[in-house]
Ligand binder design. Structure first.
Ligand code: ATP
Ligand code: MG
Length: 418
C-alpha cells in the first residue's frame, strides 16, 4: 500500500512537543493580557485580492509564495500567508475603530510555498499583534516592551538582539529613492539579478540583500535616515529614548527595510545568530498607510509578528526547556480486567477529590506486574491498584510506602501530602 505522508513543509506537532507549545502560549497569553490586548480569531482562507492589495504584488509573498486556488464557485481563494492583512480587513469591515483605538493579537497557522529547511516551513505559526488609531512612538515602544517581556519570560533574551530603523514617510522615501536609484545605477555592474529586478520594482529592498559581493557597495548607499524630516526624526528619537529608559538595548540598522509604500517610520526586528540564515524571530513596524487601502479613512497602525517555530528552535538551541511536566501524578491499575468499570469509577472519584492531580487509568488488560512497570516508567508519584479482592492499594513511590486503604482514605492521604 502506498504510504500517505504529510505535505512537504507541513508538520504535525506530536505529544512530546505539545507541552512546550502550551507553555510558550501560556506565557505569551499572560503577557498580552497584562498589556490589555484582546484576541481576535481570523479566517485562514481569504480572497487572493486581500494580499495583492495589502502585501503587494511586487513582494516575494504575493508573487511566489501563496497557496492560491479556485473554490467551487470559481473564487480566487488563498491560505493566508500572514496575519496583518486579515486583521486590517476585520477592523475595517467591523468598523472597530470608530472613535476608539484597538490593541489586538492573534495566533495561528500561516502558509507560504517556500523551500522547507530549518526554521522555514510551508505551514508555520505566527503570534501577531496589531494596534490601530495610535500614531506615536509611545505605542511602538510599547510593542517592543511587550516583545522584550516575551523573550525574557522564555529565557531567550540573551541570545536575541533588537535592530531598529525609521523608514520616514512616503514623501521622504520618494526623495531618498531618487538618490538611491542613482547610486545603484552608478554601481550597476555590481548588482546581481535579483537586485536588478528590484531596482525597477522596489529599490529599497536591495538594501537588505545578503549577497556578500554587494555589501561594500550597499554600505556606501544613501541612508534613508539622512532624509527624515523634523517630525520623523523626532518620532525616531522618542522611540530611542523610550527604549533607553526601559533599559532595552538596540542597534540602529539603516539597512533594515520593509519594501512597501504603506510602511512609515518605525521598523524593528529581533534577530538571533543561533538559527543560521533563518535568524529573524520577530518583525514589526508602523504601517500608517495600510488602512486607507481598504477604507476611505486614514488610521495609523503598527504591529509585529513572531514566528513561533523559530522561537521554539531558539529555546531548544539554548538548552532551555519548558518546566511543564507531562507525566501523570497517579496511575490507577486493576488486577482483573473484569474490574475495569470499578477502576474507571475509582479514578473518577479520585479526580473529583483531587482536582490538581493528573490521573491516568490503565485499560491495557496487561498483567498487573506489567501495568506497574509501565506506571513506574511514566514518572508518576502514586500507583493506585484495585485488587481482585476489591481492596485498594496505594503505593507512594516517593515515600516508598504501600498500604491497603478504603477509597475515601486514598484521596485524603494524597491530599494530606500536597
Ligand atoms: P524571512 O526573511 O525569514 O523570509 P519574512 O520577512 O518573510 O522572513 P515576515 O513576513 O516578517 O517574515 O514574518 C514574520 C516572522 O514569521 C518571521 O520573522 C519569521 O519568524 C516567521 N516566518 C516567516 N516565514 C516563515 C516560514 N516560512 N517558516 C517559519 N517561520 C516563518
Ligand atoms: Mg520570507
Amino acid at each position: 500500500m502506498s504510504k500517505i505522508q504529510s505535505i512537504r513543509g507541513m508538520r504535525s506537532i506530536l505529544p512530546e512537543e505539545t507541552p512546550i507549545w502550551q507553555w510558550l502560549e501560556s506565557k505569551v497569553r499572560a503577557i498580552t493580557w497584562r498589556y490589555g490586548y484582546q484576541e481576535v480569531r481570523l479566517p485562514i482562507l481569504e480572497p487572493v485580492s486581500l494580499f495583492e492589495r495589502a502585501v503587494g504584488e511586487a513582494t516575494d509573498i504575493v508573487s511566489k509564495e501563496m497557496y492560491n486556488f479556485l473554490d467551487k464557485s470559481g473564487e480566487h481563494i488563498t491560505l493566508r500567508p500572514e496575519g496583518t492583512s486579515g486583521c486590517v480587513r476585520a477592523v475595517v469591515e467591523n468598523n472597530m475603530c470608530y472613535n476608539t483605538t484597538q490593541r489586538l493579537w492573534y495566533q495561528g497557522p500561516m502558509f507560504r510555498y517556500e523551500r522547507p529547511q530549518k526554521g522555514r516551513l510551508r505551514q508555520f505559526t505566527q503570534f501577531g499583534v496589531e494596534t490601530f488609531g495610535m500614531p506615536g512612538a509611545d505605542i511602538d515602544a510599547e510593542l517592543i516592551y511587550m516583545t522584550w517581556d516575551i523573550f525574557k519570560a522564555l529565557n531567550v533574551d540573551r541570545v536575541i538582539r533588537l535592530e531598529i530603523n525609521s523608514l520616514g514617510t512616503l514623501p521622504e522615501r520618494k526623495e531618498h529613492r531618487v538618490e538611491l536609484v542613482s547610486w545603484f545605477n552608478q554601481h550597476r555592474a555590481l548588482l546581481d539579478e535579483d537586485s536588478l529586478r528590484r531596482l525597477e520594482t522596489n529599490p529599497l529592498r536591495i538594501l537588505d540583500s545578503k549577497n556578500p559581493e554587494m555589501q561594500e557597495m550597499i554600505e556606501g548607499a544613501p541612508r534613508l535616515l539622512d532624509f527624515l524630516g523634523e517630525e520623523s526624526r523626532q518620532h525616531f528619537d522618542t522611540l530611542r529614548t523610550l527604549l533607553d529608559n526601559a533599559g532595552i538595548e538596540y542597534i540602529v540598522n539603516p539597512r533594515l527595510v520593509r519594501g512597501l509604500d504603506y510602511y512609515t517610520r518605525t521598523v524593528f526586528e529581533w534577530i538571533t545568530d543561533e538559527l543560521g540564515s533563518q535568524g529573524t524571530v520577530c518583525g514589526g513596524g508602523r504601517y500608517d498607510g495600510l488602512v486607507e487601502l481598504f477604507s476611505d479613512k486614514k488610521l495609523p497602525a503598527s504591529g509585529f509578528a513572531i514566528g513561533i517555530e523559530r522561537l521554539l528552535l531558539l529555546i531548544q538551541s539554548t538548552g532551555g526547556n519548558s518546566p511543564v511536566h507531562n507525566h501523570p501524578d497517579i496511575v490507577v491499575t486493576c488486577e482483573n480486567p473484569e474490574q475495569n468499570i470499578d477502576a474507571l469509577l475509582l479514578a473518577n472519584t479520585l479526580r473529583q477529590h483531587l482536582p490538581g492531580q493528573k490521573i491516568l487509568s490503565d485499560f491495557s488488560g496487561l498483567r498487573l506486574k506489567r501495568q506497574h512497570s509501565n506506571a513506574l516508567k511514566s514518572g508518576c508519584r502514586y500507583i493506585v491498584t484495585l485488587n481482585a479482592d476489591q481492596h485498594i492499594g496505594l503505593w507512594d513511590l516517593k515515600g516508598d510506602s504501600h498500604q491497603i486503604l478504603p477509597a475515601d482514605e486514598i484521596w485524603q492521604t494524597i491530599n494530606r501530602q500536597h
